[in-house]
Write a protein that binds this ligand. Sequence first.
Ligand code: F6P
Length: 327
Amino acid sequence: MSKVIKRIAVFTSGGDAPGMNAAVRAVVRTATYHDLHVYGIYRGYEGMIEGDLRRLEPRNVGNIIHRGGTILKTARSQRFREAAGRKQAFESLQAFDIDGCIAIGGDGTFTGASVFSKEHDIPFIGVPGTIDNDLYGTDYTIGFDTAINTAVEAVDKIRDTADSHNRLFFVEVMGRNSGYIALHTGIGSGAGCVLIPENDMGIDQLIDILKKGAKRKKLFSVVIVAEGSPHGGAGEIAAKVQEQFDFYDTKVTIIGHLQRGGSPTCLDRVLASRLGYHAVEALIAGRSSEMVGIINDKVTYTPFEEAIAKSKPVNDDLVKMAEILAI
Ligand code: F6P
């Protein structure tokens, strides 16, 4: 039988994502409702190693639902990759009598949690928080909706100046290994073309599309490039295109970390609240080493190993549609 949970810890790790605070708030309040004590671990696994845990009560998480970033701070910990670091982290959790942990983050966070849970007897539940939306086991991750809205707002502004000057803009969005942000930004902003790690559109094909557009009297164009595009970043691709096709004056914009900040959208706040709430319920029910997600509006639990190893491909239908709508 799984042990009774009395004290839990919550932390955020990896890249921050808008909505993480809403998830922390949901964890603290749900746990308090169930008479559990909650500790916040500051700076992710780094803080776990150093024993940087502080008691969180419902009033400590007031007035944070609308704030971007994470009040618990975050880090990418090298030390936690080593068994010695994880042992030290276990000892810190023991010192605070922690019976279970809730990890809010992406695949790196869950890789750490998965390894830790095999070595040490403390259950972990994961909450998917990354703007990249690249986790298997949930339709959407916390922060994705806010990030694409930020990116679309930026591209709308770029469109105005691109149109005024008849320019070709290459706009780079985040997404190291995944094209979700680029694809949704491309469709939502009416871009002329989207380059993502998942499709193999080469420079020649891109030039062909741009030439056809120019023939149809397209006087400006915006191309969205995912950070992880196989043909390089927006700057590299723009240079290659400009070499062979100088119909347009070419410009490059990298939206970068703007996409990670800002007040979360209502969709992200609701998603984060639901996931945080169900993460606590899962720990109480004796679940461990699973990521809580939402698929088709139903709460699901995916083993960490699956969430990390399996990929969540972008929707081919959207890829095709993006091309057709750009003619
Ligand atoms: O994992 C989210 C993400 O935003 C990626 O899209 C991006 O490549 C990465 O984080 C950047 O991370 P950092 O800000 O730590 O360099």
